[in-house]
Structures are given as C-alpha cells and as structure tokens.
Write a protein that binds this ligand. Sequence first.
Ligand code: SAM
Ligand code: SF4
Ligand code: SF4
Length: 340
Amino acid sequence: MNDLRDVFHRPLRSLRVSVTDRCNMRCRYCMPQAEYVWLPRDSILTFEEIDRLLGIFVGLGVVKLRLTGGEPLLRHDLPALVSRLTRHPLTDSALTTNGVLLARYAAPLREAGLDRVTVSLDTLRPERMVAFARSARHSEVLEGIEAATRVGFTRIKLNTVVIRGFNDDEIVDVLEYARTRGLEARFIEYMDVGGATGWSMDQVVSQREILEIISRRYGRVDPVGRMGAAPAEQFALADGTTFGVVASTTAPFCRTCDRARLTADGTWLLCLYTESGLDLRELLRTGASDADIAARVAETWRARTDRGAEERASLGDRGVLYPLEGLRADPRREMHTRGG
Ligand code: SAM
Ligand code: SF4
Ligand code: SF4
C-alpha cells in the first residue's frame, strides 16, 4: 500500500466525494438561507472525471469511499456512478443521504455494489422536520430506511445532529428506533462548520450530556473505543447495543484523520474546516496526466497540517466560522458543497 503521510504522519485512506451541491432539504444547521449561490453546472465533475480521480487517489492509498453532497441521490443516475467507482479496489464504499429518495434507489445502489448507507435522521416527528428542515417528506425518509434494510444493506447508520431545544428530548427515542431495527445510531454534536450561520455554543449538546441522557434511560454505558480513524467514538449498552457519538465540537479527534474531500466541482479539500483547496478540475480539463495529478496530490498531502476542529476547540470565544458574505463569496466553504 502507498505510504503517503502528512506532516503529522497521517495517511490518506478515505475520500468523501460530494456529487452535487443541490439539496431537497434545508436543515437549519446546514442550509438556513433562503437563497444560495450554486456551483455552475458545467463545473460539476462528470462521472468519467470522478472515476479517473478516484483511480488516482486509490493509487495513493485511498481504500474508503463515501459519496455525499448536497443530497447525493439528486445526482442523475447515481447508481451508474456507483457501479463504476466500486470497481476500484476499495475496502468500503458508503453513501450519506437524507433518505428522502432512498426507497427508490436502495435496490439499484445495492446492485451497483455499494457496501453501506448512512441516513440522516434528526427527528422522529414529522412536524419537527417541517420546522427544522423545511421538508414534509418524513414518511419517505422512514420508507427509505426500511427499503435499505429490505434490500440487504447491513451496518446501516443513522446520523442525528443533536441541537438543544430542537431534538435533545429525542435522543432515547432515536436510539430505541435504531436498536429495535438493528441499525446503528450516531449522535453528532452541532458543528460550527461553514453553512451553520446560526451556530452558537449554547445550542451544542456535548458528548458528555448525550451519554448522561442515555445512561439515565439504559443504565451503564461502556466506551468501546474508536474504529480506526473513524470520527465517531463507539459506546455499548448493557444488552450489547452499540452506538456512536461524533464529538467534533467539544472533543475533536484530528490526530488520526485520514480523510479528504472532493467538492462536486473538483476542489480537493484537506479538512472540513479548511478555507480553500487544490483545483483538480483545472488539472483534469487542461490535459494533465494521471501521473501529474498524483504528484500534485501527493505533494499537497505531504504538506498537510490541518486540524481544523481541534483549532476551533482551542478558541476561547467561539462564534460562526464564516459570516454570510464569506460564504456567498465562495460557495465551496458551505457544508452542503463540501459534504459532511
Ligand atoms: N444531504 C445528505 C445528508 O444530510 O445526509 C448528505 C450531506 S450532509 C452535509 C452530511 C452530514 O453532515 C449529515 O449527516 C448532516 O447532518 C451533517 N451536518 C451538516 N451540517 C452540520 C452541522 N452544522 N453540524 C453537524 N453535522 C452537520
Ligand atoms: Fe440537510 Fe444534508 Fe441537505 Fe445539508 S445537505 S441541508 S444536512 S439534507
Ligand atoms: Fe479531519 Fe479536519 Fe475533521 Fe480534524 S477537523 S477530523 S483534520 S477533517
């Protein structure tokens, strides 16, 4: 395996590819505005371009792929892309989706060779989803989760961003929903990423609080550790049920981060918090060879010092990452453009 390392000796193993910046929901922690500046259509990477880049990344050590967005299922013919990408020698291929269109795509995605799906489910109450994500399609999300199970996906995860005053009273309900269906709940602290223009520390429900709430209901909660470089820390209930907590805000873990991100228009970002990245689309479209692109990527990774979440956590007075004008000036700073 290629042993490319960054300045902190972290390997490059995982690539998150945003396939579109569009979304059919408007979660308040990600896309709170009424209007957005979208990436120009002709700048969006084609399937051939994504496939070619993945091949180059695999040559540099990437073994894990996650497709994300925006809402990845809005990308036309996504299963066709998946079947191309899963031909590469990966150990894991996954998709993060809001689930609205999953009932329709679960079977073709599985047939295309996708290994896993993660569905974002912040609430079990349809009216809360209307208020918080401007979507009345809650029943479709639940149907999507059922369809994913039915067509044979295993290790399905549910992502729940916990926000004080919105869904912190549903932690146990979501865990029960997951537990009784053999799914794995992952509770995510509200992060001050680009796009989260309404973020404030008092809305963050910390990992410690999440664990207290869970142990009040279930008794002892045991830490199980972290699966390799995964962002979630794993915990187990006495009956063996496991769940994860992503404590990126109060207890970030950049030390082993082996992830990088590709925006839908081909900007390669070394960290969720980074301001700018390497323009791979430009290289692709100006005739650079695979070897040239691999050399630029390798050189960039070797110089990587990013530890965005840890740096944010060390700030005394913490506010939003970018003011609105900063986001409008460069839509690649948005969470829905760089993918979660
Ligand atoms: N649209 C898909 C979805 O929602 O699953 C994929 C893209 S979304 C950007 C990926 C993940 O990022 C979701 O699980 C979402 O909850 C998470 N996310 C977005 N904004 C966040 C924030 N401010 N704090 C924590 N997680 C966030
Ligand atoms: Fe919500 Fe995902 Fe859409 Fe962001 S990209 S608004 S998290 S569904
Ligand atoms: Fe990795 Fe950046 Fe997230 Fe830290 S903040 S875990 S370096 S992506």
